[in-house]
Design a protein around this ligand. Structure first.
Ligand code: SF4
Length: 698
């Protein structure tokens, strides 16, 4: 048996892989091992069926001319083509023409080395990842309120909370093992309440004691009404506010002057339901709020998250067992990527490119000349592909992700991939939709074949080991980065193994907000998952942050915001009278690179199904089972119509997993748009004005 972290969602389940005859035979979970203690969901349990050898990329491939055929190449040839392409671009066009787009599925070691190469050695901060599509509003919310990224909470809080407030998080589908923990708490602790905020009556909402079917984009209005209700009920923790919070007078004035009727109209939730929710959230009950894409993927994502954190701060529900705002990550190592600083504005150890001392610390550690690291943030994901579409990039290196399906407004993204002279795609699969644009394909080892480190939603760092040998000539992601860096003549990439990479990164976190110097290779191997912060001198890892009510802000106090309700960037009108929202289904993960090839999963969700309210379906002349185009101003996607009252009138839900090369027209992201949150730069994947057009059934 080999222990590994599940490569799907941010729960980060640790599983045991059984190999027989050179193949994975089964997956189990140890009841003793954190964080899942024996639990898995079907996706995880069927991991041993998810690797399709016929689709594996096992040798490097090169296109000799743009648009020509791919041909097999040696590693030496592929490395030289990438290294020379980067060098030539740097010489001719400068570092702004070189970019990397990665993923929260990469392990920490590879993410760290991509960051080191691009930001340290190439002078390009143009590194960003699909975490921008997923979590950047959570990052921005934490930083704005607490002065630091990273959740204050841990999974143990799910065993202790009195009230769960789940907003924008369909946990039965996306974090099923954690939702089981919540259900277990309710079953064993009388009086536990689950409140779900979701415009759809999702499976999670069906389990709720109270479902608040908020209008799309109405979250800030709802959260401010809840804050006002808490204030009016006398539920605020005034001692905590006095000692640990700033900005109360401004927010109280905003709440005193709140236009209640307008906010009720904006959120669409009955006043009595808000009062009921406020009662269950106040009164000193331990309040745990879980949030995810529903609040993050919005042009107001940062405001939504800070309005939620404001509520916790005013109720004194931060840094206590069973309490706190808890952002759930969608990917297995989105947290680890943030820790190594792979987003365009970050540096390793929660440092920032805009802070002189942060750049200098890394330049010194890496033996680089002063000024090697650029002081301006790079291009976040949407801007990166916009720049590519304008022909401003010379090299775009994509690793372990599939932007040709997952980015918003796919026409622009795909145009950018076509326009960029050198597109390097590093992946374990040879036939992803993004690989079709590659000038160089670099074969990477995948889950179960490599040793590496990840951080889950609760800051728990886990270590995976290899259960199988790496097939063909594929190499680990961290080794590929090193090979190309060394071919460019850079020192500082001569690691013997991934443990040495971890050690370098771990040491760089000394005295930072995510200090993990105590999390040595020995600690991970001998004691398993370990929470950060864990400075080397500390007695134990840190389960909860901010327990002393002190925050890493200049004043030491957390900051209340004055976020106020604003409508979504696009609103329904006569031409496009509906609102498109995208999301996941329980059976699939991202663009189905694995789950699309597991018959037991695919059988239940073989193609995209658009959930449409009966009143809307009737208005467009559609019945259950029809094929329809979901059309927006940006493009259209084909789906089967499911007529259901589980969605609000005016709302169309479409899963974003689909759009494979055989059926590209099913990609939901042809219809989404590229507007982003002004602070987090996260795109508004949850709101695009749309309409339905019947498509002939063939
Ligand atoms: Fe994997 Fe998430 Fe399922 Fe756990 S809950 S087995 S991490 S997909």
């Amino acid at each position: 048996m080999t222990r590994a972290t599940c490569p799907y969602c941010g729960v980060g389940c640790v599983v045991e892989v059984k190999v027989q005859g050179g193949q994975m035979k089964s997956i189990h979970a140890d009841v003793e091992a954190a964080p899942n203690f024996g639990m898995m969901c079907p996706k995880g349990a069927l991991l041993f069926k998810s690797d399709d050898a016929s689709r594996r990329l096992t040798e490097p491939m090169i296109r000799d001319e743009k648009g020509g055929p791919l041909r097999p190449a040696t590693w030496a040839e592929a490395i030289r083509k990438v290294a020379d392409g980067i060098k030539d671009t740097l010489t001719q066009r400068g570092p702004d023409a070189v970019a990397w787009y990665g993923s929260g599925q990469l392990d920490t070691e590879a993410s760290f080395l991509f960051t080191k190469l691009f930001k340290g050695y190439l002078g390009s901060n143009h590194t960003d990842t699909n975490s921008r599509l997923c979590m950047s509003s959570a990052v921005a919310g934490y930083v704005r309120s607490f002065g630091s990224d990273g959740p204050p909470t841990c999974y143990e809080d799910m065993d202790l909370a009195d009230t769960f407030f789940l907003i924008g998080a369909n946990m039965t589908a996306n974090h099923p093992v954690l939702f089981n923990r919540i259900r277990r708490r309710r079953a064993t602790h009388e009086g536990t309440r689950i409140i779900v905020v979701d415009p759809r009556r999702s499976k999670t909402a069906e389990f709720a004691d109270l479902h608040l079917a908020v209008k799309p984009g109405g979250d800030v209005a709802l959260l401010r009404l809840l804050a006002k209700a808490a204030l009016d009920r006398g539920d605020l923790d005034l001692d905590y506010i006095e000692q640990s919070v700033e900005g109360f007078a401004e927010l109280k004035q905003q709440l005193d002057e709140l236009d209640v009727d307008a906010m009720l109209d904006a959120c669409g939730v009955p006043a009595a339901d808000i009062e009921q929710a406020a009662e269950w959230m106040g009164g000193g009950r331990k309040l745990l709020s879980c949030y995810c894409m529903g609040t993050n993927q919005s042009s107001r994502g940062t405001d939504k998250n800070t309005a939620l954190i404001d509520l916790h701060l005013m109720l004194g529900q931060v840094g206590k067992p069973g309490a706190g705002p808890f952002s759930l990550t969608g990917q297995p190592n989105a947290m680890g990527g943030r820790e190594v600083g792979y987003l365009a504005h970050q540096l390793p150890g929660y440092r920032k490119v805009t802070v002189d001392a942060d750049r200098e610390a890394l330049e010194q550690a890496w033996g680089l000349a002063e000024g090697s690291i650029a002081a301006e943030p790079g291009r976040p994901a949407v801007e990166m592909f916009d720049a590519a579409a304008r022909g401003e990039l010379g090299v775009l290196w994509v690793a372990c992700t599939n932007p040709a399906v997952s980015m918003p407004d796919l026409d622009v993204t795909q145009h950018g991939l076509r326009e960029t002279p050198l597109v390097v795609v590093q992946d374990c699969l040879k036939d992803t939709e993004t690989a079709a644009y590659a000038d160089v394909l670099l074969p990477a080892a995948t889950w179960g074949e490599k040793r590496g480190t990840m951080t889950n939603s609760e800051r728990l760092i886990t270590r995976s080991d290899a259960a199988l040998p790496i097939p063909g000539e594929a190499r680990t992601d961290w080794k590929i980065v090193c090979d190309i860096a060394q071919a460019m003549g850079f020192h500082g990439f001569d690691f013997a193994d991934s443990d040495e990479v971890w050690d370098e990164f771990r040491r760089l976190t000394a005295d930072t907000l995510c200090d993990m110097t105590g999390i040595t290779n020995e600690q991970l191997d001998q004691h398993g998952g370990t929470h950060w912060p864990y400075p080397a001198a500390a007695e134990r890892p840190t389960l909860r942050r901010y327990v002393d009510g002190v925050f890493p802000t200049p004043s030491g106090k957390a900051r209340l915001s004055t976020a106020s309700y604003e409508p979504t960037a696009e609103t329904a009108d006569d031409e496009y009278p509906l609102n498109l929202t995208t999301g996941r289904v329980a059976q699939h993960w991202h663009t189905r690179g694995r789950t699309g090839h597991v018959p037991e999963l695919n059988r239940f969700a073989p193609h995209p199904v658009a959930d449409v309210h009966p009143s809307d379906a009737g208005g467009f002349g559609l019945v259950d089972g029809d094929l329809a185009w979901v059309e927006s101003r940006h493009g259209r996607a084909l789906a089967e119509v499911s007529v259901t009252t589980n969605t609000r009138p005016g709302l169309v839900f479409l899963p974003f997993h689909f759009g494979d090369t055989l059926h590209p027209e099913t990609a939901a992201n042809y219809a989404t748009h590229r507007v982003v949150d002004a602070i987090s730069k996260q795109p508004e994947l949850k709101h695009a004005a749309c309409r339905l057009v019947a498509a002939p059934n063939e």
